[in-house]
Design a protein. Structure first.
Length: 374
């Protein structure tokens, strides 16, 4: 059998340059530290309105932090820059304006990253790497916006700025952050870095000079200097997609992953087991005459032992035993959970201990999910 041979000259260290990486040559797999940067996975919902507080609402892995900074609707939007390979974006639509925020208020969308994912940056060593964030943005409000890297392990921070030049127009931003030789990221599953897209900030955070080098003693006034208020009108939208954070001083082409790979990466942090009416939850067995147990095996190992996020009360679930329905009439609770699986249970209408049946949803609002978000 003939064996193909490599006849070209071998690649030496000096042949590998940032320019080649940026142009599409020698790009490593999984170079994007951000998960779901193309906004294609939205396990919880595709739209959520009335947002006035912190939380995960639609697009996976992106957290809203809202400190009395208006009311918003978030959607996974079928809107993206033409010809770039994207289909979806994350849209924040202002529905109640806040033109005069308090001095200590902040409004942002961001992603938290665990230490395991950050080791290639080599932070805290003499070989620490610069990093580059690139993304597409389409905001109604023109002007300067800030992105912050907040080091949760060492209480360090650095900021960069970008400009929305034309209202409601897709534009691309690239921000390179300097290397940080002070304070290593923990090599663990805890939150080590927060990447924060600032939408608005009070004067406590904007009255200084923007800190474009790492602050080892963070001065709040320098964190978001120059930030416009994207919450000052109900006409305002704040939209992003194609978010990529990588090692190096140049932005490479966005790393598109197959949707199954992207979904599994998201399920490490949040797993939507079932949602809606007429869906199978699993096999259930009466542990006592009024308590039904079930077991779920997660599709991937979760970041940490998860908590359950489930609708509770009467009318959401039924266990069918020998053809007869037994209504589950109390909240769903977790027992003996770990990162691979969990046993959970709920109170139900009486039956014989030891009998098993099919646990199903019986309400369109029924939902069972598991969360180990950072």
């Amino acid at each position: 059998m003939a064996i193909d041979k490599v006849v070209s000259a071998s690649i030496t260290d000096s042949s590998v340059t940032s320019a080649k990486v940026a142009s599409g040559v020698l790009q490593p797999n999984f170079r994007n530290i951000i998960i779901n940067g193309d906004m294609n996975i939205a396990q919880r919902a595709t739209s959520s309105s009335g947002i006035t507080s912190d939380g995960y609402y639609t697009v996976d892995r992106f957290l809203v932090e809202n400190g009395s900074f208006g009311t918003w609707t978030q959607t996974q939007e079928a809107d993206a820059p033409t010809g770039q390979g994207y289909y979806n974006s994350l849209k924040m639509d202002c529905t109640t304006a806040q033109g005069s925020p308090s001095s200590n208020s902040i409004l942002l969308v961001g992603q938290s990253i665990e230490g395991f994912m950050l080791q290639p940056i080599k932070q805290g060593t003499a070989n620490a790497e610069s990093t580059t964030l690139s993304f597409w943005h389409k905001h109604t409000k023109t002007g300067t916006n800030i992105v912050e890297l907040l080091d949760a392990d060492n209480s360090n921070a650095v900021s960069g700025s970008y400009t929305q030049s034309s209202s409601d127009t897709w534009e691309k931003a690239t921000i390179t952050f300097p290397a940080n030789t002070s304070g290593a990221y923990g090599n663990d599953n805890a939150r080590s870095l927060r990447i924060r897209f600032i939408m608005g900030a009070g004067t406590d955070y904007t009255s200084g000079t923007l800190a474009t080098t790492w602050q080892t003693s963070v001065t709040n006034a320098n964190r978001y200097a120059g930030q416009v208020n994207n919450a000052d009108s109900t006409s305002n939208n704040f939209i992003i997609t194609g978010v990529q954070y990588e090692v190096g001083t140049a932005a490479s082409d966005f790393e598109f992953l197959p949707i199954d790979v992207n979904l599994k990466r998201c399920q490490r942090y949040y797993f939507q087991h079932t949602s809606g009416s007429g869906k199978t939850v699993g096999l259930g067995a009466f542990y006592t005459t009024t308590s039904v147990d079930s077991v779920i095996y997660f599709p991937v190992e979760m970041r940490s032992t998860p908590s359950i996020v489930a609708t509770s009360g009467s009318g959401y679930y039924t266990v069918y035993v020998a053809g007869a329905g037994r209504t589950i009439d109390a909240g769903v609770s977790v027992n003996r959970a770990n990162k691979q699986s969990t046993q959970f249970y709920a109170e139900a209408a009486s039956d014989t201990a030891g009998r098993a049946g099919l646990w199903t949803t019986t309400n369109s609002s029924a939902s069972i999910a598991f969360s180990s978000e950072l």
